[in-house]
Design a binder for this molecule. Sequence first.
Ligand code: DP6
Length: 392
Amino acid sequence: MFIETCIAPVNMALIKYWGKRDEELILPINDSLSMTLSTKEMCAKTTAAASPNFKQNRMWLNDEDVSFDDNPRVLRCLKEIQRLAIARSDLKFPIDWKLHVVSRNNFPTAAGLASSAAGYACLVYTLACLYGVENEELTSIARQGSGSACRSLYGGFVRWNMGTKADGTDSLAVPVAPQSHWPNMHVLILVVNDAKKKTSSTKGMKRALETSDLIAHRAKHCVPERIKAITSAIKNQDFCSFAELTMKDSNQFHAIALDTFPPCVYMNDVSHAIVEFVHLFNKILGSTVVAYTFDAGPNACLYVLEENVSQVLSAIQISFPNDAANNVEYLKGIPVEYSKTEHNILNGNAVFTTNRKNLLKYIIHTKVGDGAKKLGKEEALLNPTDGLPMKK
Ligand code: DP6
């Protein structure tokens, strides 16, 4: 039996991907740019094994036995990796050997936090290790699992070039700056209480392309400028420009979601209260120290430099009081000391709206991180003797 285990990170888009020019190959209508989050707090972990004894391809996703051969995106990723393996002509094992794949996220999937990006990046990276293919094409293959997954193979700040070729071979992710370039770039993910099922990204962007008048303008005129501007903000560690571009792009993405017919409403009242909070906080401080971005859901991702994290958390606690604030489960991830009671954190001048209690489910404190990585045999999620998932 051949067996490999890898981890891959979550990435959070600063300039959003929204809209495909090719549904099948997952080719976007605009470039996008993201920051990779540390795998310590959030990652997908996958073990893939190949054996002559496996009767069929099988997959277990977060401990659920799911179909492998009925999932076209998974099959496409596998086929593409096998194509690269065959092209190498020194196959590690016969191409018709069946696979067992186990994948788990180390963060609650219910939170709806970019789990497909980490999941597909991890699947593709693990299959590449299993078949022994190291190739620049890997991001193009991960893209065919889920568009945003191509950006999760690299760490730091990553750009996905839309490309122009019809076959998608130039639609690749490329690193912009490594994690070490801006290591004090931290993130607070505010997980909002919300059980409602939203329109998936795949469906939402398809409908946007069919019905929104604004989306073409964004792709043609706004995104190219923003990509250039945020790239230089990152290179210069210019937090203020970085923050403004990130917030504007999040707002524009949600404006397009609302311009879709019927509209896609991803943000809720709590999300809007967070937006208001961020702008007020920056205004009170007289400089931009915190930025928000929202994907296709109500949870907020706040960018804050490390030195400002505790002050932002104290203000969040005042504006979004929570009975669970003293509970260890409320603030997950990187530990941080912050005041939960002080009402005058900003020299007595702060006047925050106090929202209703318990609007946030919990907060994850994380930071910029590295890309996909191979792990040792001892980390396997599959039992190497029977090829079945290890008990947790
Ligand atoms: C709002 O990559 O999940 O997170 O390619 O259809 O699988 P598919 O969509 P997906 O879309 C992500 C959209 C986004 C913005 C982004 O990550 O750039």
